[in-house]
Design a protein around this ligand. Structure first.
Ligand code: GRF
Length: 200
């Protein structure tokens, strides 16, 4: 493992409340080997934008609805990202699928957090699916983004119990709290040049 000589520049893509983004930003201080350089939302007015700005991180909005197709949207995303020159791009509740072309241009440098213990339950409605299956354990996964949805190499997982009487909302809240521990832990390791797996 070779630690990068300078702090890694991290851009974070969001679509919503940005609680994972806030956890990442809060962690990137002091001796942390990364710094947040930009938060981008594809949703105008997403709650996370105000949180990022309040934390002193530059923000941008690239509204996918303002573009005719995915390629044009992603060109807009690239234009927003380029001046920030990110080493790593963290998806944090970013609800757009990135094309293989975008992923290739940033190969191995895009991370995502997903609210299930992948490879179980890629895609949406993970908590309802875990409950319907009668699972007793749920969790979250941070993985490298590849062209296959939610299927890239796993960098870390956090496990939480499923409790009797759990609703999807109660389980989601428990998993989200675990996400806020897991994502910063993985980012710290990766930004320091260590891509070994984190288990919480
Ligand atoms: C998280 O559960 C994340 O795993 C999923 O969407 C949610 C985003 O929450 N992809 P937040 O915007 O980070 O609060």
């Amino acid at each position: 493992m070779t630690a990068p000589a300078r702090p890694q520049r991290v851009a974070i893509l969001i679509s919503g409340s940005g609680s994972n983004m806030a956890a990442l930003v809060a962690a990137m201080t002091g001796d942390h080997p990364a710094r947040p350089v930009l938060v981008v939302s594809n949703v105008p007015g997403a709650g996370g934008l105000a949180r990022a700005a309040a934390a002193g991180v530059p923000v941008a909005t690239v509204d996918h609805r303002a573009y005719p197709d995915r390629a044009a949207f992603e060109a807009g995303l690239e234009a927003a990202l380029a001046p920030a020159a990110p080493d790593l791009i963290c998806l944090a509740g970013f609800m757009r699928i990135l094309s293989p072309g975008f992923v290739d241009r940033h190969a191995g440098r895009i991370l995502n957090i997903h609210p299930s213990l992948l490879p179980k339950y890629p895609g949406l409605h993970t908590h309802a699916r875990a409950l319907a299956a009668g699972d007793t354990v749920a969790g979250a996964t941070v993985h490298v983004v590849t062209a296959d949805l939610d299927a890239g190499p796993i960098l870390g997982q956090a496990r939480v119990p499923i409790l009797p009487g759990d609703t999807a909302a109660a389980l989601a809240a428990r998993v989200l709290a675990a996400e806020h521990r897991l994502y910063p832990a993985v980012l710290r390791r990766v930004a320091g040049g260590d891509w070994s797996r984190v288990d919480l």
